[in-house]
Design a protein around this ligand. Structure first.
Ligand SMILES: C[S@@+](CC[C@H](N)C(=O)[O-])C[C@H]1O[C@@H](n2cnc3c(N)ncnc32)[C@H](O)[C@@H]1O
Length: 362
C-alpha cells in the first residue's frame, strides 16, 4: 500500500539497528503504536515478537487487527450456510475462495458510489471521481455483504477484520488519485479503470497472542507495558485523517456527513498533535516520560517538525541516547495523472533511548 511515511523500504535498517541496541531475543513485547499499515509490526511478528499495535485511524486499526491480531487460520465454518461450496474447499484456501465470491457480486449503488463516483453524483453540486462507477458500486456491494454476514453471525470477528482489511488494501490500488485521498484526478487513470478484484490480505500465523488498539497514543501508553517501544509519528503537518478519509469511511461504513470538494468527513477527534508545530514537543515529551518499556526507538527524518536537538533532549530524559541514520529515496507523488513518483533523497533517523530511569523517578 502506498502510505505516507511507510517503513516498507526501511525494515532491514530498523531490524539491524534495533538488534544492535536491544539484542535480538524473540518472544519479547514489541509496541508499534503509530502503526499505519502495520508493516513494521508484521515484520517483527514474523521474527517471533509479541506485538502491541495501535493507531488513531480506524482503517489502520482494521489493517492491524488483521495483520497483527489474527494469527490462526480462518475457517469460515459458519459461512457454509451461505456458501455451501466452501465445504469442498481446503481450509487454507477458503480465504481466497471467499474473496473471489465477493469479487463476483453484482455492484450496488451505496454510499461510496453516490458520493465519490461521477455516475452516482450526477445531480449533486460536487462531482467526485475517486473510483470508477463500477468499482464504487463493487466496493458498496462487498462492504455491505461483509456487514450483513457479521450481523447474521456468519463470520467471526477475525474473519470480519480479515475481509475489511482485504477490501481496504485491494481498493487502494484502484483509487483515482495521485497518491493520497486529499484530491482526486479529473480523468480516470489507467489503474482506476481496471475492475476491482479482492486479493486476500496476508495472514501471518504464529503461536503468540497480540494486542491491537485504536486510540490516541498518549492516552494508551500509560496503560500498556513492553520491552521495545517503536515510534513512527507523522513528521509534518499533513494529517492522516484528511489524506486517508475515504479509507476511514470504507472501513467504518457509517454514512458520515461529508463536505467540500473532496467529501471530507468530520475528523476533529483524530487531529494529531504530532502534526502541529506548537504542540508536538509537549506531546512527545509526555509520551516519552510515560512509556513503561526498556528501549525506545523513534523514526523521524531530517525535515520533521521537531529538531534533532529537541529529540535528543527529550529522549535523554529516559537514559542513554543515540541514533542511526540512513539516506533513502523518498517518493513524492508528481502532478501528472499517472501515479508516477519523483524520487528525492532524505536522511532517515532512528533515535533510541536505553531506558535506565524508571518512570516513577522522573
Ligand atoms: C508515519 S505513519 C506510520 C507508518 C507506519 N510505520 C507504516 O510503515 O505503515 C504515522 C501514523 O501515526 C498515526 N497517528 C498520528 N497521530 C497519532 C496519535 N496521536 N495516536 C496514534 N496514532 C497516531 C497516523 O494515523 C499514521 O498512521
Amino acid at each position: 500500500m502506498n502510505y505516507l511515511g511507510s517503513k516498507l523500504s526501511l525494515l532491514k535498517f530498523l531490524e539491524e539497528s534495533i538488534n544492535k541496541i536491544a539484542g535480538n531475543k524473540s518472544n519479547r513485547v514489541f509496541c508499534d503504536l503509530f502503526a499505519g499499515t502495520g508493516i513494521v509490526g508484521s515484520y517483527f511478528k514474523k521474527k517471533g515478537y509479541k506485538i502491541i499495535a495501535n493507531d488513531i485511524q480506524y482503517y489502520s486499526y482494521v489493517l492491524n487487527r488483521h495483520y497483527i491480531g489474527n494469527h490462526k487460520e480462518l475457517t469460515f465454518s459458519k459461512l457454509l450456510k451461505e456458501i455451501p461450496e466452501l465445504k469442498k474447499i481446503k481450509t487454507e484456501n477458503r480465504k481466497n475462495f471467499t474473496c473471489n465470491y465477493l469479487s463476483s457480486l453484482k455492484g450496488k449503488k451505496g454510499f461510496i458510489y453516490k458520493n465519490y463516483c461521477v455516475g452516482g453524483a450526477k445531480d449533486e453540486k460536487e462531482q467526485r471521481q475517486y473510483f470508477s462507477d463500477e468499482n464504487g458500486m463493487m466496493c458498496d456491494a462487498i462492504r455491505q455483504k461483509i456487514e450483513n454476514w457479521k450481523k447474521r453471525k456468519l463470520i467471526s470477528n477475525d474473519e470480519y477484520y480479515f475481509l475489511i482489511a482485504t477490501l481496504i488494501k485491494s481498493i487502494d490500488k484502484y483509487a483515482n488519485t495521485a497518491s493520497v485521498y486529499g484530491a482526486f484526478l479529473k480523468k480516470l487513470k489507467k489503474t482506476a479503470q481496471n475492475s476491482l478484484i479482492l486479493k486476500p490480505a496476508e495472514l501471518i500465523i504464529n503461536d503468540n497472542d497480540h494486542k491491537v488498539f485504536n486510540a490516541d497514543i498518549n492516552k494508551l501508553v500509560p496503560k500498556i507495558e513492553g520491552d521495545i517501544l517503536y515510534l513512527d509519528p507523522p513528521y509534518n503537518q499533513r494529517q492522516y485523517a484528511t489524506n486517508y478519509h475515504l479509507l476511514e469511511t470504507i472501513a467504518k461504513y457509517d454514512n458520515p456527513k461529508i463536505h467540500g470538494k473532496t467529501g471530507l468527513r468530520e475528523y476533529q477527534n483524530q487531529k494529531s498533535l504530532y502534526c502541529s508545530r506548537p504542540q508536538v514537543k509537549k506531546a512527545f515529551k509526555d509520551l516519552i516520560l510515560k512509556a513503561k518499556v526498556k528501549y525506545i526507538f523513534l523514526s523521524y527524518n531530517n525535515e520533521g517538525l521537531m529538531t534533532l536537538d529537541d529529540i535528543k533532549e527529550i529522549m535523554s530524559l529516559r537514559g542513554e541516547y543515540g541514533h542511526f541514520t540512513k539516506e533513502y529515496n523518498r517518493f513524492k507523488a508528481d502532478k501528472s495523472e499517472n501515479r508516477n513518483y519523483i524520487a528525492n533523497k532524505t536522511t532517515e533517523y532512528l533515535h533510541y533511548a536505553v531506558c535506565k530511569n524508571p518512570i516513577n523517578s522522573l
